[in-house]
Design a protein around this ligand. Structure first.
Ligand code: 13P
Length: 245
C-alpha cells in the first residue's frame, strides 16, 4: 500500500508559516508517498492555494457534526470541503481530553466528514495506565467499534493509532507493541468492512521523527504516520517523508 505521511500542526502556525507549505510543496514532486498537512483552520485556505497544482494535500484538525447552525466557534465539514480541505483529523486524544469528545461524538463527526466528501483520519490510542493494565488492544478496539461510521471504505477512512503516552513525549512503543496493535486494528477492519478493511490505511502517531521513521515504516500494517512536532519544520518533515517507501 502507498504510504501516507500526515502532519498535524495542532495550534501552531501564522501567516508567515506559509514558507513551510511552500517548501513541502517542493518535496511532493519526487515523493513516493502521499503527503498531507493539517494546519490550523486559519491557514487552510492559504495552504490550499499554495498547494495548488502539486501533490501536497491539505486537511483540517477537527470539524463539527452539523452542517451549519448556532454553534459558536465551530467549523463544519462542509465549510472545510468548501475551502479545499480533503482530509480531517477526528478524535485526537488532545480533543478527547480537553473537550470531552467521546466515541459517539467522533462517530457523528466521521459521518459529517463523509457527508461532505472528506477523508476522515480517526485517531485511537490507549493511555499509559491502560497499557500498563494490559488493555491497549481492548481500548483501541472499543474506540474503533464505536466511532467508525456506516459506509466507511479504504477511500474515505484512515485510522491513526496514537498511544496517548507517546504523543509529544519522545517515547515510542516497541516495534512489537506497534505491530500488535496495528495487526489487531487490521483484523477488526477486515471483520467489519470486508475487503475494504484491507485498504484502510493505518497510520502510527506519537514521537515520529526522521531518526525513527524508517524503522516504524518497516513494520507490518504500518501504512504511514501522523506526525505532530516534527511536521512543523519542512526540513525535519522531509526526513520522515524520505524514509517512506
Ligand atoms: P508528536 O509527533 O509531536 O508526538 O504528536 C503526535 C500527534 O499527536 C499527531 O497527531
Amino acid at each position: 500500500m502507498r504510504k501516507l505521511i500526515a502532519g498535524n500542526w495542532k495550534m501552531n502556525g501564522l501567516i508567515s508559516s506559509q514558507a513551510e507549505i511552500e517548501a513541502l510543496r517542493g518535496l511532493t514532486g519526487e515523493a513516493t508517498c502521499d503527503i498531507v498537512v493539517c494546519p490550523p483552520f486559519t491557514l487552510i485556505d492559504r495552504a490550499v492555494e499554495r498547494a495548488k497544482d502539486s501533490n501536497l494535500v491539505i486537511g483540517a484538525q477537527d470539524c463539527h457534526a452539523q452542517q451549519s447552525g448556532a454553534h459558536t466557534g465551530d467549523v463544519s465539514a462542509e465549510m472545510l470541503a468548501d475551502i479545499g480541505a480533503r482530509y480531517v483529523i477526528l478524535g485526537h486524544s488532545e480533543r478527547r481530553v480537553s473537550y470531552g469528545e467521546d466515541d459517539e461524538i467522533v462517530h457523528a463527526k466521521a459521518v459529517a466528514a463523509h457527508r461532505a466528501g472528506l477523508i476522515a483520519i480517526v485517531c485511537v490510542g490507549e493511555t499509559r495506565h491502560e497499557r500498563d493494565e494490559g488493555r491497549a488492544i481492548e481500548v483501541v478496539g472499543e474506540q474503533l467499534a464505536e466511532s467508525i461510521p456506516e459506509g466507511a471504505t479504504g477511500a474515505n477512512l484512515i485510522i491513526a493509532y496514537e498511544p496517548v503516552w507517546a504523543i509529544g513525549t519522545g517515547l515510542v512503543p516497541t516495534n512489537k507493541q506497534i505491530e500488535e496493535v496495528h495487526a489487531a486494528i487490521r483484523h477488526m477492519l477486515e471483520e467489519w468492512l470486508g475487503d475494504d478493511g484491507h485498504s484502510v490505511k493505518i497510520l502510527y502517531g506519537g514521537s515520529v521523527k526522521a531518526s525513527n521513521a524508517a524503522a516504524i515504516f518497516g513494520l507490518r500494517n504500518v501504512d504511514g504516520a501522523l506526525v505532530g512536532g516534527a511536521s512543523l519544520k519542512a526540513s525535519e518533515f522531509a526526513g520522515i517523508i524520505s524514509a517512506a517507501f
